[in-house]
Design a protein around this ligand. Sequence first.
Ligand code: CS2
Ligand code: MN
Length: 358
Amino acid sequence: MKMTFRWFGEDDPIPLRYVRQIPGVSGIVGALYDVEVGEAWPEDKIARLKHMVNQAGLELEVIESVNVHEDIKLGLPSRDRHIENYLTTVRRLAAAGVKVICYNFMPVFDWFRTDLARPLPDGSNALFYEAAIAESLDPQTMVARVARESQGFVLPGWEPRRLAGLESLFEAYRGVDAEKLFENLGAFLRAVVPVCEQVGIRMAIHPDDPPWPLFGLPRIVNGQANLDRVLALVDSPANGLTLCSGSLGADPQNDIPALVRRYAGRIPFAHIRNIRRLAGGDFSESSHLSSDGSLDLFEIVKAYHDTDFDGYVRPDHGRMIWDEKGRPGYGLYDRALGIAYLNGLWEACEKGSPGRKP
Ligand code: CS2
Ligand code: MN
């Protein structure tokens, strides 16, 4: 298990030297945020990021995300050019020592919440999903709401430039149902996975967050049946999952430890965080501690341990605590606490296992 921390580049208010001081962290999860989706990532920018991270004593082995252009998800003829660019990026990242690429296949929106700073009883705040609001607001209002609450940061998946053409995007998705989306994901993976196999990269699809359809847009990476299908599209270790406990866990049908065991060997990257499920499909993000949420983090970590997980892990979102100001979900303090807790659970699993090495 290699512990990592998501870092947003030079405009991240959290300096790399702070990340280096979190116990057990070996690397960051990074990306280039100033390259247009669908374009190939320039070698010099990759090299610069890698240099910065390495200078701080950290590794850059996981990228989250190399985003997939909507034309690929839509299956438009123009997808070929974007897939070519994706392959160029994959090759360049491999040459720079990257081992895992996280991506998602959600139409239009990435992760989705109705509140970015919902107060919790302890005085902290967290990302929150309220079903009634999600079902009543139109997408345009939702985008404005997220922009207003984002503390001036551009949030991953909510880039204003990309969402500027919202209406035409929705229009384009009219003919695309879940089956069509699967087909398009299959075409993408059949092009990308063989190259990944050659260059030693593992693709890791992030589940839909939340794991159900929104605004009438299909979503297909949301539970066991569909995850089985995604992995069967190309049966290769290079076609893997970013198993995100908090995303999948918002649906009570998803038994996270069971999914971890089921997909052992196909999970290059684990996001481990907790959420609290509330009545009516609402949920709140919570601290990582099991008793603060609906997920049993010990059982999740134990499932990884029992299946000899040797991939990358990161705490996922955290709450905002101790008056920290930062990118919602991505402050320093609560994620660092999450890491300390996950390290503790892992050590307990190591030392509690019968037959461990002395
Ligand atoms: C999510 C996503 O895991 C997360 O932090 O909020 O933004 C995730 O990074 C993407 O869906 C992965 O492509
Ligand atoms: Mn996640």
